[in-house]
Design a protein around this ligand. Structure first.
Ligand code: SF4
Length: 428
């Protein structure tokens, strides 16, 4: 399997792009994590991976979207983006996730990529704006991987994304990116309506046949102004996705990303561990894309290093979350976020100004934290990579107390030790 994966990388992508990814994303990415660990030991903090939503506008209206896509367009201008990247680079960072809205609606997005060729960008996109011209430029720059979202079959995609013909346009963008030999990924926010269609071998085999090099399964988070909680997966369904991810990693020649588990299958939240934080279209520095609360901005006068190191709000977010759960705080304990916002006088970073009400309306449900059902990695490569570069960096050992954990499936005041075991197999 590893041989087949290596052969795919060598024969199906542009060698120059591959070399650039190995160096900028692989080697420099590992170094940035190393620097992050050393900072933590010194009692300092700066997240090694930053996500930036560069624009709020989007051509689609997806279910469960938390961005004010219909509001007046606002974006992070090139100078502000470049300055943020420059300051993050000075801390050792080399990878940036670019989100929106739809990032390719930012008319100067290419300038940001072109002017920062020594770092690597992953663009979360619906693929609709990936034309031959765009793909040619991305190939020339060599520092961008499009991560194209596919949310189901034609009918499901149209429903999930609020418009007819979405899937065919997405597939056209995907094919264009692949035709230009870009390193391309496909991501899916897994929910009730696409679980059966996209979390299976047939779909992954189709991606491999197309030339897709990696896929990323998110779990649908019922947040924002129209959360559609009926789409959210239950515990058994989430465990099914986790098992599928672990099995696919061990058996298929494609990289599978998930951001919620360490090598032993222990759940984690990448914002609570400080692995990443997020910058919104207005420049607000938020714990993660779906938690639209902030006390600081990239437009503040002080340097970014100082902001991250000294932010009481972000530190409290990380500690409070980790004290109560290893899972997703907005799904399990939205009440904690309301307390946190009140304590720090955090501002609602949306145009709609309804985050507090939306948090009050969240129905708590289990997230990636499934106590007693940890599914360890089967693949030794992922085990090694996660052991070194993607784990909790001691966060939960320092803060998590199972006595604080409230299981949404059981109700309040239940400790983790009392949770039922699942009947899904755990592969060792
Ligand atoms: S709070 Fe939830 S959505 Fe945000 S990074 Fe953590 S697990 Fe992901």
């Amino acid at each position: 399997m590893y041989f087949r994966l290596a052969r795919r990388f060598l024969t199906e992508t542009d060698k120059r792009l591959l070399a650039k990814a190995i160096w900028t994303l692989g080697v420099k990415g590992l170094l940035s994590v190393h620097k992050h660990k050393r900072r933590l030991k010194r009692g300092e903090f700066f997240p090694p991976f930053l996500y930036m939503s560069v624009i709020n506008s989007c051509n689609l209206r997806c279910q469960g979207c938390w961005v004010d896509v219909g509001a007046k367009q606002h974006k992070i201008e090139v100078d502000a983006a470049n300055e943020t990247i420059r300051q993050a680079k000075a801390m050792g960072n080399s990878f940036f996730g670019i989100l929106g809205g739809e990032p390719f609606m930012h008319k100067d997005l290419m300038k940001i990529f072109e002017q920062n060729r020594d770092v690597y960008f992953q663009v979360f996109t619906n693929g609709h704006f990936i034309t031959d011209e765009v793909a040619t430029q991305l190939r020339k720059f060599g520092n961008v991987t499009p991560l194209i979202s596919v949310e189901g079959t034609d009918v499901i995609s149209d429903t999930r994304r609020g418009r007819a013909g979405v899937l065919s346009q997405t597939m056209k963008g995907l094919e264009t990116a692949l035709k230009h030999k870009l390193l391309v990924g496909v991501c899916t926010s897994v929910c009730k309506t696409n679980l059966d269609d996209l979390v299976n071998n047939k779909w992954v085999d189709a991606l491999i046949d197309m030339g897709v090099m990696y896929c990323w399964y998110h779990i649908y988070r019922p947040v924002g102004p129209e959360p559609n909680p009926q789409l959210a997966l239950n515990s058994a369904e989430q465990r099914k996705v986790r098992q599928f991810v672990v099995d696919t990693r061990a058996t298929k020649p494609i990289i599978v990303i998930d951001a919620y588990h360490d090598d032993a299958g222990n759940a984690l939240c990448p914002a609570a561990t400080g692995f990443t934080h997020h910058i919104g279209p207005w420049g607000d520095i938020e714990p993660c894309p779906v938690i639209q609360l902030a006390t600081e901005s990239i437009h503040d006068d002080r340097p970014l290093a100082e902001t991250f190191n000294n932010s009481e709000f972000l530190r409290d977010f990380r500690e409070l979350t980790a004290q109560n759960t290893r899972g997703c705080v907005i799904m399990e304990r939205p009440d904690l976020l309301l307390d946190l916002a009140e304590k720090h006088g955090a501002r609602d970073t949306t145009v709609r100004g309804a985050v507090a009400e939306e948090l009050r309306n969240v129905e708590p449900r289990r997230s990636q934290y499934q106590p007693g059902d940890e599914i360890p990695e089967r693949s030794f490569v992922y085990r090694w990579a996660k052991k070194y570069a993607f784990n909790d960096f001691g966060t939960y050992t320092r803060h998590f107390d199972t006595a604080n954990y409230r299981d949404p499936d059981v109700g309040e005041n239940q400790s983790a030790a009392k949770q039922p075991k699942s009947d899904l197999p755990v592969l060792h």
